[in-house]
Design a protein around this ligand. Structure first.
Ligand code: EPZ
Length: 437
């Protein structure tokens, strides 16, 4: 078995064990040239890995990103007595000896996506014991819509403290109306429905492209799901699922993050391995700003330009402007010629990065979830802290454009979701490194 652990990940795992603490050090102002290759989508991979356990057999998942969220899920898969073979970004999961056990708080709390084992184990064994999931501090992050779906299919839910126990004599199909087009609830309800008796309909289902990737995988296992990419999913339960193979789609949020970095620092910077139509809302907004980008097949070439038009951004569910790009986008807005606004409508607390941008010299007025950003700001490097995954990526962009040196602390948030970000940026000319504290 070859384990391909990048230098970044090794360091982060040490941070988790409290062995060494690190910061990211950036010397700002350097143009970026060359090619950044995009990896598999975190928000697809973190659902595909638990989904593999629904099969009675061996599943192969290709293009799995090398991020700590992946490793946290591997720990749970191994706890459940499944085996994982890994060859670079290709993993094989054998669930034939799966043992349905309590998933501890220590494991559940490491990431939001641990909750996918709820739908998988309930769907396959009609029983699951698991603790409330973790995830970035961007809001209360309830799971009421997930539980609403499970109960509609016949599950009984018991909650003691943070521990959830779900049981069902039998899971039957149901028509479920989601109050909000929740990505996680859509996926989790699907996981419980694929082996239920009868038809489940999910109305107001989320339409994010990662869900299509997951439906593709489930249907290859023998599930019967239709409506992929629409807001109505129809799942006809089957009795068994067999092993299958899937490839993780490119990460549109990783791609968008580097595209935003390239819009401010690119000098023929190529971001390759993308599916352009997955980032339509971003490209439309960059067009409006006057960003110099050119889409060529599965790549985009970016060149920085002196003047950017001010714009207004509102984050929405897919295919609207993605909430996960709102924080990096807010840094680009600090460089526009005039006043911009960005309104976050998905999460109630995706504003943790703003005080640090203000500390660097950005002129930002916050009103609830709406920020008014006065461009063009001259940012200066200083000591700042990552508050969550995408907020941390935003601060990296701020450090890359700032005058002088920026030190970013609490970096394990960032390395959870961006594969080899230090290497990818260094390779195109950024002066960025990990440094022991
Ligand atoms: C997924 O989170 C992504 N995470 C998030 O990306 C992303 O921001 C989000 O979808 C929206 O696109 C993963 O896929 C692992 P939701 P998820 O359920 O599924 C409320 C990143 O940076 N809600 O669509 O947790 C919730 O509070 C992460 O990669 C309920 O009220 O998001 C929020 O306001 C951050 N009850 C809204 O819906 C529920 O039962 C969106 O949540 C579930 C959700």
């Amino acid at each position: 078995m070859t384990l391909n652990i990048s230098e970044d990940i090794l360091k982060v795992s040490w941070i988790e064990e409290g062995m060494i603490m690190e910061k990211i050090v950036i010397e700002g102002g350097h143009e970026l040239s060359g090619t950044i290759t995009i990896g598999g989508a975190k928000n697809s991979a973190v659902a595909l890995i638990p989904a593999a356990l629904l099969a009675d057999g061996i599943c192969t998942i290709k293009n799995v990103p090398n991020i700590t969220d992946r490793d946290a899920l591997f720990d749970i898969v191994k706890l459940l007595n499944c085996t994982i073979e890994q060859d670079g970004s290709i993993i094989k999961i054998d669930s034939r000896n799966l043992e349905n056990k309590l998933i501890s708080e220590k494991l559940s709390v490491k990431l939001r996506a641990s909750y996918y084992f709820m739908g998988v184990l309930l769907g396959k064994y009609k029983h699951v014991e698991i603790y409330f999931p973790g995830g970035c501090n961007i809001g209360t992050r309830p799971i009421d819509l997930h539980l609403k779906g499970f109960k509609a299919m016949g599950a009984k839910v018991t909650k003691r403290g943070h521990k959830y126990t779900l049981n069902a004599d039998e899971l039957h199909g149901a028509e479920i109306n989601l109050d909000f087009a929740s990505v996680g609830a859509t996926i989790n309800i699907m996981f419980a429905a694929v082996l239920a008796k009868g038809r489940t309909i999910i109305n107001n289902a989320a339409k994010e492209v990662e869900i299509i990737n997951i439906i593709d995988f489930l249907n290859k296992m023998g599930a019967k799901i239709s409506g992929a990419g629409t807001d109505t999913l129809i799942i006809d339960g089957v009795t068994k699922l067999h092993g299958a193979e899937i490839e993780v789609i490119p990460d549109r949020i990783e791609a968008g993050t580097y595209i935003l970095i390239g819009s401010l620092l690119g000098n023929n910077l190529k971001v390759e391995g993308i599916i352009p139509e997955h980032n339509t809302a971003l490209f439309e907004k960059l067009e409006e700003m006057g960003v110099d980008f050119k889409i060529e097949g599965n790549s985009v070439i970016l060149n920085k330009c002196e003047h950017l038009n001010p714009v207004n951004v509102t984050t929405l569910v897919y295919p609207g402007f993605p909430t996960d790009l709102g924080q990096p986008m807010s840094v680009v807005l600090t460089q526009a010629d005039g006043a911009c606004t960005i309104r976050e409508t998905i999460w109630e607390n995706r504003i943790g990065h703003y005080p640090y941008l203000q500390k660097m010299g950005a002129k930002i007025e916050l009103e609830g979830n709406k920020a008014t950003i006065m461009g063009k700001a001259h940012l200066k490097g200083t000591d700042i802290n990552a508050t969550d995954l995408r907020g941390g990526a935003a601060l990296i962009l701020a450090g890359l454009i700032a005058e002088g040196t920026t030190n970013i602390f609490d970096i394990d948030y960032i390395l959870r979701g961006y594969e080899n970000i230090i290497h990818k940026l260094t390779n195109v000319g950024a002066k960025i490194k990990l440094e022991e504290i």
